[in-house]
Design a protein around this ligand. Structure first.
Ligand code: SAH
Ligand code: SF4
Length: 386
């Protein structure tokens, strides 16, 4: 087999359809109501919702024309008022390691990124919850960009749908083929703080988890938060997915500088809340994400403090080698240091996998999102004026 070479495809621009309500991301109740509003008799609305739901989320229909079990004039009505079109993929980049990065254009001309990371036994789709982020973690490139806006539930679920389109994984009969899925896991680890966009993230994840929808188990969905303490238990109750915490430091002084939300809800408050997370157990452990920054948070003392702090919490510690971006103020810890840190954590009884940076050649690794597209646009502008 020939090795994959990095590849960038710039897609042709297709203007989105005129102002029609997108059905993507609506709850069942909201979809039912929308159907009644266009004149569907109330006694039929529930069944029509189920039919539409199946076409949209089990079969991946991109327009109403293919929905052959619906009457022709009803389809025309739907077409006149609604859309199930996806956001446009403006750029698709494929890394040498098989990672695929989608740059999607959403309403208002904003752009958002999702990344597909294939592995031996799984395929993980990393999705975004906001355009940019209001928090300013000092090691994260997304945090240096101005927040533009929250994504709608439809824009969140559409990231999964676009990736399924690209990976050609809509089963023709609508029944997911277990063991043959390409997207097995979803992580909310792209751009944005998911708990600052709670309702939309929740509604989108309900669709992703729905057995009659995209049907990915709640235990294969991980929401990563920087530590929005008042929303954490609510996430456990109302979404029920697994939780990852961007921990990154073992003293408040250091965490204040890395993850400034710590000034509002410090390590003690965060840990107290985590201990109460619903269904916390060895099979549903919390992931502590820990970015390895040379001489900032990577000493043996840090490793020992970390295991003391989290003692009693069923946890796994995911060590993330820092991914640099243009102008970033930190340096990645050496591999020797990362291994020594991992060893201490491991000896204390916690799994401590080191997250292999994926898709670095296309700026798709953790914390790098958005930068490539901004850079590309800048160089495109330069090219245009030269
Ligand atoms: N806002 C959420 C989710 C998105 S970030 C959060 O902060 O948890 C996903 C993970 O990537 C977080 O753990 C984040 O701290 C980490 N990350 C951000 N920038 C990084 C960088 N430059 N290198 C490595 N990891 C980074
Ligand atoms: Fe926002 Fe997460 Fe980046 Fe912090 S690490 S700036 S919370 S995206």
């Amino acid at each position: 087999m020939t090795a994959l070479t990095p590849e960038t495809r710039v897609m042709p621009r297709i203007e989105p359809p005129a102002e029609r309500l997108s059905l993507l991301g609506l709850t069942r109740d909201a979809m039912r109501e929308a159907l009644i509003n266009i004149g569907t008799p109330e006694r039929q609305a529930k069944m029509r919702t189920s039919q539409l739901w199946s076409w949209i989320y089990q079969k991946g229909a991109e327009d109403f024309g293919v929905m052959t079990n619906l009457a022709k004039d009803f389809r025309a009505e739907l077409e006149a008022h609604f859309t199930v079109a996806r956001p446009e993929i403006t750029t698709l980049q494929v890394s040498q390691d098989g990672t695929r990065k989608y740059l999607l254009k959403i309403a208002g001309g904003h752009e958002v990124e999702a990344v597909y990371i294939p592995d031996e036994n799984r395929g993980t789709l990393c999705i975004s919850s906001q355009v940019g982020c209001t928090l300013n973690c000092s090691f994260c490139h997304t945090g240096t960009q101005k927040l533009v806006r929250n994504l709608s539930a439809g824009e969140i679920v559409a990231q999964v749908m676009v990736a399924r389109d690209d990976l050609d994984e809509w089963p023709e009969d609508g029944t997911p083929r277990e063991g043959r899925r390409r997207i097995t896991n979803v992580v909310l680890m792209g751009m944005g703080e998911p708990l600052y966009n709670f309702e939309n993230v929740r509604d989108a994840m309900h669709i992703v988890m729905d057995n009659e929808g995209i049907s990915i188990s709640r235990r294969r969905i991980t929401l990563s938060t920087s530590g929005v303490v008042p929303e954490i238990l609510r996430a456990g109750e109302e979404i029920g997915c697994l939780l990852a915490i961007s921990f990154h430091a073992t003293t408040d002084a250091v965490r204040d500088t890395l993850v400034p939300i710590n000034k509002k809800w410090n390590i003690e408050k965060l840990l107290e809340t985590l201990r109460a997370y619903p269904r916390l157990s060895n099979s549903e452990r919390i992931t502590f994400e820990y970015v390895m920054l040379k001489d900032v948070n990577d000493s043996d003392d840090d490793a020992r403090r970390l295991v003391r702090l989290i003692s009693g919490i069923p946890a796994k510690i995911n060590l993330i080698p820092f991914n640099p971006w243009p102008g970033s103020p930190y340096v990645r810890s050496s591999w020797g240091r990362i291994e020594a840190f991992a060893e201490i954590v491991n000896e204390a009884g916690y799994a401590s996998p080191v997250r292999t940076p994926r898709g670095e050649d296309i700026m798709a690794a953790c914390g790098q999102l958005k930068s490539a597209s901004e850079k590309q646009r800048k160089s495109a502008r330069k090219g245009a004026t030269a």
